[in-house]
Design a protein around this ligand. Structure first.
Ligand code: DAH
Length: 356
């Protein structure tokens, strides 16, 4: 068949069919050679033009060019389609299933239950306008006992046996590990003495309203006592602060702390050198697992005038209450833990269980 007899119209569909049948980019390039290569069909057509007259060359040349453009367009369309298919295949192969659950990290540690309770206490009293104080665990005999109306040789000292440190203060008294957070009552008042004195001069009577959570120490160790334990002290002094304020404040705290509304609180007469009168505060849950029993939660009382005097304040003007509660004991009640020692053994199986 002479090249001049080739029907140009047939070639484009032929090329399109050959390109469409090429399954890969390499096969497509082979198919392209069949039409546009050195010995390809279109090239042959062009070669065949040599024998034509000038007039014929003109028409034939234009027709071949249209055909060539059509074939090239078909080639490019197929190239893009194959490239797109390749991309899709690759994307599918490398797809990440974002709906798969992630690999959980191992146990990352957790906030200690005592620390949780400590934070709750600061939060609740903070909302009532109480400042948060902090003070030394190695304390002078004066702050720990004497300033709290508990002088040397007073029998009340035997209520709290502690660890002594091989150091003496300027009065020759030994330093001790504080037996309670109560020394912070006097320390805190003295820390703010200047500000209070200035306010008093202006005719104001600034209140003292503070809680002091912290570590305390005693020579004691059994299921409900640990030689190191945690307390928080509360102190509210002002012009007219009464036992009614103590009761409503502490009951509010208990309800928030235990997340229970049906709690009642009672005072039970007691003795502490630094308060007069003194009382234990007991609470009772009206429902829930602890319902029915009176539970002792805090020592308390009206701050003794001698203590107010040691704060540098006038006991005729400053009255109010103090209390001291065991954080560990509150934590045991909140979480239903019966052996205090578990809090301090560092067993992650135990410590990992606490939330809230
Ligand atoms: N400090 C006392 C103790 O550890 C508890 C206490 C009782 C603190 C009465 C007070 C208070 O502030 O007023 O046993």
């Amino acid at each position: 068949m002479s090249s001049t007899t080739v029907t140009l119209d047939d070639l484009l569909p032929e090329a399109q069919a050959a390109f469409a049948a090429a399954p890969t980019a390499a096969a497509l390039e082979d198919a392209k050679a069949l039409f546009l290569g050195k010995t390809g069909r279109v090239t042959e057509l062009l070669k065949g033009m040599a024998a034509l007259s000038v007039e014929e060359k003109k028409t034939r040349g234009a027709q071949i060019n249209v055909l060539k453009t059509g074939i090239e367009a078909a080639l490019n369309a197929r190239r893009s389609a194959l490239a797109e298919a390749d991309l899709q295949r690759q994307l599918k192969a490398e797809a990440i299933d974002v709906t798969l659950p992630g690999r959980a990290p191992g146990f990352m540690g957790s906030v200690h239950p005592i620390t949780r309770c400590w934070a709750r206490i600061e939060q609740i009293f903070g909302e009532l306008g109480f400042d948060v104080g902090d003070g030394p665990e190695v304390e002078t005999d004066w702050f720990n006992f004497t300033a709290l109306n508990n002088p040397p040789n007073h029998p009340a000292r035997s209520m709290q046996d502690t660890f002594y440190v091989d150091l003496t203060d300027t009065d020759g008294q030994p330093y001790c590990l504080r037996t309670h957070t109560s020394p912070m009552q006097v320390r805190y008042a003295l820390q703010h003495a200047k500000r209070h004195a200035e306010a008093l001069k202006r005719g104001e009577l600034p209140e003292i309203r503070v809680i002091v959570p912290g570590r305390t120490y005693r020579v004691d160790s059994d299921a409900t006592h640990s030689p190191m334990f945690h307390q928080f002290e509360g102190l509210w002094l002002g012009e007219n602060v009464s036992f009614a304020d103590l009761k409503s404040t502490y009951l509010h705290f208990c309800k928030q702390f235990f997340e229970a509304d049906d709690i009642v609180l009672r005072f039970r007469p007691s003795y502490f050198p630094f308060t007069e009168p003194s009382a234990e505060m007991d609470i009772r849950f009206e429902s829930g697992p602890l319902a029915g029993k009176w539970l002792e939660v805090s020592g308390s009382g009206q701050v003794h005038p001698n203590v107010v005097r040691n704060m540098g304040l006038d006991p005729e003007r400053y009255v109010g209450f103090a209390f001291g509660s065991g954080i560990d004991r509150l934590a045991m009640l909140r979480y239903g833990v019966s052996d205090l020692r578990q809090f301090f053994e560092g067993d992650l199986r135990f410590l990992g269980q606490f939330k809230g």
